[in-house]
Each structure stands twice: as structure tokens, then as C-alpha cells.
Design a protein around this ligand. Structure first.
Ligand SMILES: *Cc1c(COP(=O)(O)O)cnc(C)c1O
Length: 233
């Protein structure tokens, strides 16, 4: 078995065990393999052992991989990085999920550019849960979230599925938990106007256990599967 397949297997096993421990249904937890900076061949390797959900951050890299992996017909592409408005068309045409919807203008563009023969694009509202000025996402504010959600609900080529966050890095669990719990609370509020919104995308290699315990059902894991990223080239 390849190292990647082994890492994924271990991770899935761990997720399963944690879900049981938390009294969650393991079948309702989705693992997004975050493949940014890693080659298309790595994605193919994981696809061949059953992985279907892959996350990419950079639109140009995404476009290249979509092209190289056209024959992986069941792949589900998740855009998890910030989307500049002038890059929205590639996303609308090729992604299955957008985790980083953070403004009305981007929602409108994705709606307009979504090809008619494709199902609605699944979107998550990105919440800047740590209120870090260097991060994207809307403030963790109920009124702001509901205002953006109402705009999205008017766009039939988008399907509002839930919320996403990147929590504070390098903080102890007792500081992380309140962030993840606040996301869970916000999702409950969102569901009062969007009952189909059932997704909480949170948790990465370093914090997925805590995120899961707080209700995450999409875990975005990169380095724990693929290894350390190299940004030098
Ligand atoms: C890179 C990235 C991940 C994966 O991070 P790891 O720590 O490698 O698991 C998850 N979510 C987002 C938004 C990312 O940019």
C-alpha cells in the first residue's frame, strides 16, 4: 500500500473511533483531502483507493489539476481558498463545493457563471471565527450571516449548505473549543432560514479531533495525509 493510502486509512480509522466516542454517526463525517501543492498523481493515487473529495486553495493550480484529472469522473472538487472575483468563472464551471463564500458579489458571479447543465453549486459561508484581520470570511455575527444567507437563497444556481471556518492556530484546546462551538451555534441559527444547510466544515490536521467533538462533519485534512507542504516552487 502506498504511504498516501496508508495515511488516509489511518486517518479514516481515527475519525471513525473519535466519532463513536463522541456518539456521532461515522457515516455522516466527510473527509476532504486537501491536495494543494501536491501533484495530480497523488490525487489519482488516493482516488484509486476510494477518496472522492479533494480540496484546493489556488485557482490556477485547481484549473491545471481539473484538466489533468478529467477522467476521474466521480471526483468532488472543494474550493477552500479565497476566491478573487475575477477567478470565479473557473470555480463556477468546475467545482462541486465552495467553502469560502464571503460576499454577495462573489455569490452573484458564481450564480451567473454556473453552467446550466450542472446542478447548483454547493456553497458554505466562510466565518472569520478567530476575528483575525489577516483572514477572510465574514465576522461571526448573526445578523451579518443571515443577511448574506438571504442573498444566497435568492440565487437558484447556488445551494447554501452550511458554514466553514479556519480556527485560531497554535492555541490550546480550551481556546479552540469556544470557536468551534460558536460555529455550531451559528449553524443552528442558519438552519432557521435554510433548513437544508447541514454542513460544518472545520478542523484540519492539527485540530480535527476538537472540531469533530464540536460538531464538524466536513474535515479538511492536508498534511496528515500528504505530508509536509513545500511552497518553494
Ligand atoms: C491548507 C488548508 C487545510 C489543510 O491544512 P493541514 O493543516 O495541512 O491539514 C485546511 N483548510 C484550509 C482552508 C487550508 O488552507
Amino acid at each position: 500500500m502506498s504511504v498516501l493510502a496508508h495515511n488516509r486509512q489511518m486517518l479514516l480509522h481515527n475519525i471513525h473511533e473519535n466519532a463513536i466516542k463522541n456518539a456521532q454517526n461515522p457515516d455522516h463525517i466527510r473527509l476532504i483531502a486537501v491536495s494543494k501543492t501536491f501533484p495530480a498523481s497523488d490525487i489519482r493515487t488516493l482516488y484509486e483507493c476510494g477518496q472522492r473529495d479533494f480540496g484546493e486553495n489556488y485557482i490556477q493550480e485547481f484549473q491545471e489539476k481539473v484538466h489533468l484529472l478529467e477522467n476521474l469522473t466521480e471526483i468532488q472538487w472543494h474550493i477552500i481558498g479565497h476566491i478573487q472575483s475575477n477567478k470565479s468563472k473557473i470555480v463556477a464551471e468546475h467545482a462541486h463545493w465552495v467553502h469560502t463564500l464571503d460576499r454577495v458579489k462573489l455569490a452573484q458571479r458564481l450564480h451567473q457563471q454556473r453552467p446550466k447543465h450542472l446542478p447548483p453549486l454547493n456553497v458554505l459561508i466562510e466565518i472569520n471565527i478567530s476575528q483575525d484581520p489577516n483572514k477572510h470570511g465574514i465576522a461571526p455575527n448573526l445578523a451579518e450571516m443571515l443577511a448574506l444567507a438571504k442573498e444566497i437563497l435568492n440565487l437558484p444556481n447556488l445551494c447554501l449548505r452550511g458554514l466553514m471556518c479556519v480556527a485560531s492556530a497554535d492555541v490550546p484546546p480550551e481556546k479552540l473549543k469556544p470557536e468551534f462551538n460558536q460555529m455550531n451555534d451559528l449553524l443552528k441559527e442558519l438552519r432557521s432560514i435554510a433548513p437544508q444547510a447541514d454542513i460544518l466544515s472545520m478542523g484540519m490536521s492539527g485540530d480535527w479531533q476538537i472540531a469533530l467533538a464540536c460538531g464538524a462533519n466536513m474535515l479538511r485534512v492536508g498534511s496528515a495525509i500528504f505530508g509536509k507542504r513545500d511552497y518553494s516552487h
